[in-house]
Design a protein. Structure first.
Lengths: 200, 484
């Protein structure tokens, strides 16, 4: 995973709450077996509407999405994160993220920054009054800057550390393989295994 | 120290405690007892293993089935959609390469992953269960800690049989009282979500408690735990009890003999201690609960069936107001319209929420001896091939087909329309599934989430209805009584 320290890019105000992962990427795009190439799928239903924000210049070149509360609810599909990244987004700002979406973002190097809703409203106003304004997201200081707005954001320390260092999760865990093996040896005999298969 | 059920299961699976304390604590490494796999969220994870030269650590704790893409008609023919077919074939190849047990289309154990696990007895109390699917919360009905994960985590579990997780907070959902006839588990969970909102459970594991929960069957408990994610909670749980053990006993992978006794002894410890405290508590009165349905485009936008479509002005919060306005527009609804006046085009009985034997029986009991509204299309999609076989053995297929419904093969089907079962633009559906998101059941489709008996009654009347809205049927002749 690439290291993430700061990013500065055009902010995209998405004035909507409960942006679920079915909206971020509809199920029809989930049939692919690759991990890349999902940029066309991002918000595909909404992008058919010419008035949608990503169909407006300069927002179509945005890289920081500023959304309403409860972003990424619903399905666990990591494709939602892949689609945002493939389109060019580096960070999403919201006052509340769905747990699975936030976890998936952390695994893929997309910064999910939790910003208070009052600050989100201020940033929306800046971006709407001066389209093309850049948002600076600084993971070191845990702040976002947009125009005259400077706001703190929350992210858990472990995810922040992994993003700053660009660390691979599986590699980290496998450093503790002896612990896993030791645990496995204590597992009770009554717990099931899938193999050999038993059928009705 | 007194612990909640969720904390007990968590603590029993800690492979390695994260360093640090409190907010700065690193995640714990938890052992995963069962990893369920399906075709949609696994291909990139298998590919990741291959690219890194890693093995699947525990094929014996992994099981796969085909469900999201599978057709529900003509399953003996090749899958028509080439991308769906490729995804299924990729799963088959991956399972073969990595030694994973797979129940393919046509197999008697194939079906929706969350129906198959419990049915085989692989889901047991006190286990950790994960799957690349958010409705993995279903398995919490057994007192398991079960949660949906993303594809990176799927790969992590494949490689290590563990997950790095920060402890959750705990929330008690206390449901006391007795459900009235025609009111079911689905109504409980829809009412809970409407009460706490789609984000209300974020960061929590929910534990469903109280006399109304204890009185529910295992299948009803699965319906409730299934939709925990729609309240933002990654997992929902019910403490195991005699109902759980009766359901488990004799299933193919349930423990036997001395193992059974040892297991029950352990399972009996899986209750929240009397002096344990939850981080939050929510109460719901079962006595006064009515059939509950959604009017909007998220599962929290619901009301009692006897109420009217709400007005955006009813919502104090600006974001909720804007969301309601947008939802009414998408749904093509006027504020103030009685919910029971809403006419639907399609009724979908199925999904990991409501596709088990009890769901099919409850719906069949409503429609038996009645006639379907001729304008309605009704799809009945059993949750698994096994459910389909059992239902046919009871003659339920005949009840549905006599009524004019379509009796299909097992899979996720119209819950998310990855297969050909989709709504048309503008089409309105009463659906026993779990998500009423924009376009979820097909582009431009409109979804009302309902219980199986409301789905059935709606198919009779053509408008959203509960069984109590139907004219009585005489048992013997199947004739309508009363206003003949």
């Amino acid at each position: 995973m690439e290291k993430f320290t700061t990013h500065t890019g055009i902010g995209v105000p998405l004035r909507q709450s409960n942006v679920d992962t079915d909206q971020i990427i509809p199920a029809v795009y989930l049939k692919r077996i690759t991990r890349t190439g999902f940029e066309d799928a991002l918000f595909s239903a909404w992008r058919k509407d010419p008035a949608f924000i990503l169909n407006q210049e300069p927002f179509n070149a945005g890289s920081v999405l500023v959304a309403g509360p409860d972003f990424g609810t619903g399905s666990s599909r990591e494709h939602a994160v892949w689609a945002l990244k493939d389109y060019g987004f580096k960070a999403v700002l919201s006052s509340r993220f769905a747990d699975i979406f936030r976890g998936n973002s952390g695994k893929q190097g997309l910064l999910a920054a939790e910003v208070a809703q009052d600050d989100i409203e201020l940033i929306w106003k800046v971006l709407e009054n001066a389209p093309g304004t850049e948002v600076k997201v600084d993971l070191v200081s845990k702040t976002v800057e947009c125009g005259n707005v400077v706001a703190p954001f929350e992210i858990d320390d472990y995810t922040r550390w992994r993003l700053l260092e660009g660390l691979d999760d599986i590699g980290l865990t496998l450093q503790h393989e002896e612990d896993i093996t030791a645990y496995e040896a204590t597992r009770p005999a009554f717990k099931p295994t899938t193999l050999p298969a038993k059928l009705s | 120290m007194a612990k909640t059920l969720a904390e007990k299961v968590w603590d029993a699976h800690v492979v390695r405690k994260g360093d640090g304390e409190g907010a700065n604590a690193q995640p714990d490494l938890l052992f995963i007892d069962l990893h369920l796999v399906h075709e949609v969220t696994s291909p990139q994870a298998f590919e990741g293993l291959r690219l890194a030269g890693r093995q699947l650590r525990r094929p014996d704790l992994t099981i796969a089935t085909e469900d999201h893409n599978t057709p529900t008609l003509a399953i003996d023919k090749p899958i028509a959609d080439p991308t769906s077919r490729t995804q299924i074939e990729t799963l088959r190849n991956n399972c073969k390469e990595f030694g994973v047990r797979l129940h393919s289309l046509g197999d008697a154990e194939q079906g929706i992953v969350h129906v198959v696990g419990p049915q085989l007895g692989l889901t047991q109390p006190g286990m950790t269960v994960v799957c690349g699917d958010s409705h993995t919360s279903t398995h919490g009905a057994f007192g398991a800690l079960a949660m949906g994960i993303g594809t990176s985590e799927v790969e992590h579990v494949m490689a290590t049989q563990t997950l790095s997780l920060k402890p959750f907070k705990t929330m008690a959902i206390n449901v006391e009282g007795t459900l009235r006839p025609g009111v079911s588990a689905k109504d409980i969970i829809l009412a809970v979500i409407a009460k706490i909102g789609t984000g209300g459970g974020q960061g929590y594991v929910l534990e469903y408690r109280g006399s109304a929960i204890r009185a529910l069957s295992m299948e009803a408990r699965m319906t409730i735990c299934n939709m925990s994610i729609e309240a933002g909670a990654r997992a929902g749980m019910v403490a195991p009890d005699q109902t759980t053990y009766d359901y488990m006993q004799g299933r193919p992978h349930a423990p036997q003999g001395a193992d059974w006794d040892a297991a029950v002894e352990y399972w009996n410890t899986l209750r929240t201690d009397d002096d344990a405290t939850f981080d939050a508590e929510v109460n719901l009165d079962a006595d006064t609960l009515e059939p509950f349905v959604t009017w909007g485009t998220n599962p929290g936008q619901g009301v009692s069936l006897s109420e009217n479509v709400p007005s955006p002005a009813d919502f104090g919060d600006e974001n909720a107001k804007a969301a309601a306005e947008r939802a009414l527009q998408y749904m093509g609804l006027e504020a103030g319209t009685p919910m029971k006046d809403i006419r639907v085009d399609t009724v979908f009985l199925g999904s990991c929420t409501n596709s088990r034997m009890e769901d099919l029986r409850a719906a069949a009991d409503v429609i038996r001896g009645r006639t379907k509204d001729p304008a309605i299309r009704m799809l009945v999609v059993p949750g698994s091939a096994r459910v389909r076989l059992e239902a046919e053995a009871e003659g339920l297929d005949k009840v549905f087909t006599d009524f004019g419904a379509e009796w299909r093969f097992a899979g996720c089907s119209m819950c998310l329309g990855m297969n050909p079962d989709q709504l048309e633009v503008g089409e309105r559906c009463a659906s026993t599934s779990n998500r009423n998101f924009e376009g979820r059941q097909g582009k431009g489709g409109r979804t009302h989430l309902v219980s199986p008996v409301v789905a059935a009654a709606t198919a009779v009347r053509g408008t959203l209805s509960s069984p109590s809205d139907l004219e009585p049927v005489t048992e013997a002749a199947g004739q309508h009584v009363g206003a003949a």
